[in-house]
Design a protein around this ligand. Structure first.
Ligand code: FSO
Ligand code: SF4
Length: 542
């Protein structure tokens, strides 16, 4: 059987990629990722069935997070890295089981495949299609994708020394449940909602990890132009990687620019002390094909979204770290203390020219919960006086499809007495438009990365309290969210868990939702798709 993957918004023909991923993932990569997920499920089954305390698992907890992160869309295309991770996880699995009887455990907990061919052969029978009932398959995958997103956020928190054993325990429980054929569709729906609960917890954990180490994001103007020094571009989401890169480039004459989802790093007080932290270069992830060419210097990927480079020249400048990987690109691993040595990246930067200018000016961001709360009076007054009629949460992801122009048009056509609350790479569809402000409050408030959607939820809960409402849905807030990959799934499940209703999701609904599962989401939560910008604005404002 060839590959089958439908985990992201760009799934071929809105159904699934079967020959090669639209993302560039090959059949072999897809299969190795399937087997890696299957092996994590096997470990989860052992942990759950044998009642093992996650606190005794040590490094395995972190390896489970990395394994899941490696299978997120656009994170890791390196078959050698995937193969060695599968081997590592089989060994971890066997070590956990050592001495204990294997009765009652399924194939995922016991299979063996130590060579690439054996792995590929095994993978052919353990992928998405291994579950025949389309509703059970849909729910199992929805949970799995939510857990992948959870693992990504938990990995960033772990890198900052923050962990929550309850989140690990839930990951094992949920992944084991996806193998349990005794669970009914109703039980899986309940588990989907529970996934959202832990989604809130993991985003709170990461928020705490980031803010306790780097300070609370504050309103910041970020330069989008260039200077004349040799430079490194850092992409992805991991702030510890950025911190280490800034420490190591300090005083070297090499500047550091952010790309894509790393832009919000500029809002944290801790990074403002670095004179060489020069600004943001370019736009969201999919624009990297042209923007990396003109950047000229080395690029460091700390996470997704990687687009396979078009030329060997660009490829020779790409480095990966953490769970990211691309064949032929140098990978920088952490030592036992989490330290990374970026000297090779810095040395390469010194031999290369400064970036070509593609834009000039500044953009403003840093409206995470603490900053918004600091001006809460102003916001509340603006709502009470009618100066702000409605907020639009437009968090989520950007993507290549032309249909995403909808979001630019939507932002442009929104009435002038509305404010956009954003987080994630979705913002690049409208963060450079001149949408003005309302009495000094900008009409686009950027809270940060996709995980900072948590900030938007905190703001909504706070406003509910300030206005003395008994239901979050009575606030003048509408949700028009753009999704792309699995981190958006955990953000969505977290919002549903918090009781947010009538979320509109676009540009298309997930291919992995079967008609029956989609019906449950529509009937229980009022989830909807999108239409034309004009019609949708009318609908939202009514
Ligand atoms: Fe975007 Fe990519 Fe942050 Fe995602 S860069 S699409 S949802 O990885 O994680 O928002
Ligand atoms: Fe296709 Fe998305 Fe899967 Fe890539 S991640 S193979 S684009 S569904």
């Amino acid at each position: 059987m060839s590959m089958f993957c439908y985990q992201c918004q760009e799934a071929a023909k809105g159904k699934g990629c079967e020959i090669r991923g639209v993302c560039g993932k090959s059949e072999e990569t897809a299969k190795l990722q399937d087997l890696l997920v299957y092996t994590v499920k096997g470990i989860s089954e052992i942990v759950t069935k044998k009642g093992i305390d996650v606190n005794t698992l040590g490094a395995t907890n972190g390896e489970v997070l990395s394994s899941l992160f490696m299978t997120i869309t656009n994170a890791n295309f390196d078959d050698d890295a995937l193969e060695s991770q599968i081997r590592k996880m089989q060994a971890a699995r066997d070590a956990i089981l050592r001495g204990a009887p294997s009765e009652g455990l399924g194939d995922a907990a016991t299979y063996k495949a130590d060579r690439r061919e054996a792995m590929l052969e095994k993978a052919a029978s353990v992928g998405v299609k291994a579950t025949e009932n389309e509703d059970i398959r849909s729910l199992r995958e929805l949970i799995t994708y939510g857990v992948k997103g959870m693992a990504a956020y938990a990995e960033h928190a772990r890198n900052l020394g923050k962990e929550d054993p309850e989140i690990y325990a839930f990951i094992y429980k949920a992944m084991a449940a996806t193998l349990d054929s005794s669970l009914t569709a109703d039980a899986l729906v309940a588990l989907t909602l529970e996934t959202g609960k832990y989604g809130v917890n993991v985003m709170a954990l990461l928020d705490e990890a980031n803010t306790s180490r780097f300070g609370n994001p504050e309103i910041t103007k970020v330069s989008i132009g260039v200077r004349k020094n040799p430079s490194i571009l850092i992409s992805g989401h991991d702030l510890t990687d950025l911190e280490q890169l800034l420490e190591q480039t300090k005083g070297t004459g090499v500047d550091v620019y952010t790309h894509g989802e790393m832009l919000p790093a500029h809002y944290y007080p801790a990074f403002k002390k670095y004179d060489n932290f020069a600004g943001n270069y370019g736009n969201s992830w999919w624009k990297q094909l042209t923007e990396f060419e003109s950047f000229r210097g080395p690029i460091l990927f700390t996470t997704n979204c990687i687009v396979p480079p078009r030329s060997e020249e660009v490829k020779s400048r790409i480095f990966t770290t953490g769970s990211a990987g691309f064949p032929g690109c140098r990978h920088i691993s952490a030592d036992a203390n989490g330290k990374k040595d970026f000297s090779e990246v810095i040395a390469l930067a010194k031999t290369l020219p400064a970036p070509d200018e593609i834009e000039r000016g500044e953009i403003v961001g840093g409206f995470a919960h603490s900053q918004v709360m600091a001006v809460a009076d102003k916001v509340v007054d603006a709502v009470k006086s009618g100066a702000i009629r409605k907020f639009f949460v437009m968090a989520g992801c950007d993507g290549r499809m032309n249909s995403r122009e909808y979001y630019t048009e939507f932002a442009e056509k929104l009435p002038k007495d509305t404010v956009i609350l954003t987080a994630g790479c979705a913002k690049y569809r409208y963060n450079k438009l001149n949408l003005g402000d309302i009495g000094g409050i900008p009409r686009v408030l950027d809270a940060g990365q996709c995980n900072d959607s948590y900030s938007l939820a905190v703001i909504a809960l706070k406003l509910k309290e300030v206005f003395g409402l008994d239901d979050i849905n009575k606030l003048p807030i509408a949700y028009n969210i753009a999704w792309y990959e699995q981190k958006a799934c955990i953000v969505l499940l977290a919002l549903l868990y918090l009781g947010v209703k009538n979320i509109h999701l676009g540009p298309t609904l997930p291919a992995f939702l079967s008609p029956n599962v989609a019906k449950v989401l529509v009937e229980t939560f009022g989830i909807g798709g999108i239409g034309s910008a004009e019609d949708d604005i009318k609908m939202f404002m009514a």
